[in-house]
Write a new protein. Structure first.
Length: 207
């Protein structure tokens, strides 16, 4: 894929050409009443990165809304194989108004599949369609995938686990869900590794 294969540059405004956008936060910051950052709200393609269990898929589904189309890891590989055989993309994937894509694992070891995935996201750029690409659990060079899309079309959302008081707030919410005293929340602050799932498992054992 070369420069000539990329979609047209998005229109500029009075501030000049659009620049790459990077936003970071916890999953709860993008699923509640807090206004979304402009780049996440307006850019047509959002790449969602972060460690396993941090809420990437949940955030993507929330941002995409109820009319979204889901393209799982296996669906992506099927779509790439279909394109390799027939030289066309399935219309339901290419033309979906809101599409959530799970990036397949180990694309860095599969050059043909990586190139096909780059072509798919490139084709999705522009045209008023919204796309959310979820980082694979392992083995995918997201930088290579993002490079297929003009910076003006894309934003990167880097999800992280909460720290400090954020951990306590999450643990207290879990305590309320489980019907146990909030004092147990303190026992989860120093969990290693600290994940949402590990907090739930630890507090569930207190029932």
């Amino acid at each position: 894929m070369g420069i000539a294969d990329l979609p047209p540059d998005p229109p500029t405004d009075l501030q000049g050409p659009p620049l790459p956008a990077l936003v970071s936060g916890t999953s709860s910051e993008f699923m509640g009443k807090k206004p979304l950052p402009r780049s996440i709200r307006d850019r047509q393609m959002v790449f969602i990165l972060g460690p396993a269990g941090v809420g990437k898929s949940t955030v993507a589904r929330t941002l995409a809304g109820t009319d979204r189309t889901m393209l799982s890891e296996s669906h992506v590989l099927d779509a790439i194989n279909h394109h390799a055989r027939h030289r066309e993309w399935q219309s339901e994937w290419l033309g979906a108004t809101a599409l959530v894509i799970e990036s397949p694992c180990f694309l860095n070891r599969r050059p043909a599949a990586l190139e096909g995935f780059q072509e798919l996201v490139r084709q999705r750029a522009g045209g008023g369609r919204r796309t959310w690409v979820i980082e694979a659990k392992s083995g995918t060079a997201m930088e290579s995938i993002m490079a297929a899309v003009h910076p003006g079309y894309r934003a990167t959302l880097l999800l992280r686990f909460p720290v400090g008081r954020g951990r306590i707030r999450f643990a207290k919410r879990v305590c309320d869900e489980l019907g146990i005293a909030n004092i147990h929340a303190r026992s989860t602050v120093d969990l290693e590794p600290w994940t949402y799932e590990q907090v739930r498992l630890t507090l569930a054992s207190q029932k």
